[in-house]
Write a protein that binds this ligand. Sequence first.
Ligand code: HDL
Ligand code: ZN
Length: 438
Amino acid sequence: MRLIVRWDRGSGIALRMTIARPLHGSQRVALGQRVRRAVQSVPIDDIHTHLYDPAFGELLLWGIDELLVYHYLVAEAFRYLDIPYDAFWKLPGSRRAELIWDQLFVRHSPISESCRGVVTTLQAMGLDPRKRDLAAIRRWFASQKLERHVDRSLDLAGVNTVCMTNSPFDDLERPVWIRGLRRHPRFKAALRVDPLLLNWRVAWRQLAAAGYKVSAALNSRTIGEVRRFLDDWGRRMDAGFLMVSLPPTFEFPSRGDTATLIEKAVLPHCGDTGRPFALMPGVKRAVNPALQLAGDGVGLCSLAPLQRLLAAYPNHKFAVTALARENQHELCVLARKFRNLHLFGCWWFTNTPSLIREITSMRAELLGLSFTPQHSDARVLEQLVYKWRHSREVIGEVLAERYVALGQAGWSVSDAELERDVKGLFGGEFARFCARAA
Ligand code: HDL
Ligand code: ZN
């Protein structure tokens, strides 16, 4: 600190001003390293994945072939492949994996984020992809025991727990819940309701077949039974929150099925149980259906429906991640206006280093520490490793810049305070948000 004394001519009083002495080079470097160390070491609660508790058997995807046929890589491989889409889908998974390996790792350097992720993951597992020996990599995975491999993958990723995406409408998943399962302590559940909210014309028949007295008409009896359905599945799953992805055309309020079910069933359920409602706007499903799961696109949303929900339901909790890059700034400002809005993740097409940097900087500058910077969206077990190593790298850089700028302004943080702050970002703030009384 530098002390400066100025005489005030008028009053003749000495004005003492202390000017923060800027951190000098080595102090800036040391502080940045402390921040990166905290970001690298604090374990993460991953609040959105498509992974499954091992009790769900085949639904938990793992191994090199699943890493290679991940829909992100399918989309990228088809930019080089000229075989017909249906010919590709007729191939066995192992053959699809070989085609993708050949195009994205042998014939071209794997510089995309999804391809680099496979390299990061293989290296972390102690394999050397530089040999380009897919057969050897396959032999290693084939020799792994899943139970140990699950803990190894979460530990290598620095992940404490993962939250699944659970659907009563999934014909493979539903029977496991109905039969009952011994839950793995590191796998939490979230109740995904896309089919219910986005395809009521089909969903009501599935509820009826399951014994809920519903009809196509969203009358009071149907609404009551939909709420019973949500109560039953929320309890069965011990779901931390409900979630739905929404098209750019989503409107609220509206007389449509989606808005009506949200207003009359989902929000009353969330109000009764205190569960947050996670909204994921901006998905254009099946813009290229021939790509199957890889065929979804992105669209710019109006955030006015979200704003109306936040204002109309001040005691309900909404967690939101938007898919369009161009929606991110307005979403940040909305979060400044509504404390019942918690932002999370750089979702899907925004889960790239350049956009994680842009979005996380914007959020830290506008929201401080009251958000969750990332979720992995991992669909294959070992993806946790790269999705979190890559994200921690960028989040660590962004936070190092913020804390150095704070240091320059004349503030200091202890290691304990840094750890506290990062724990909040990596799951603590979201847990507090979920636990907050509705
Ligand atoms: O709707 C979602 O939850 C998305 O994450 C989709 O599952 C998407 O296919 C995906 O895996 N994105 O990462
Ligand atoms: Zn997802």
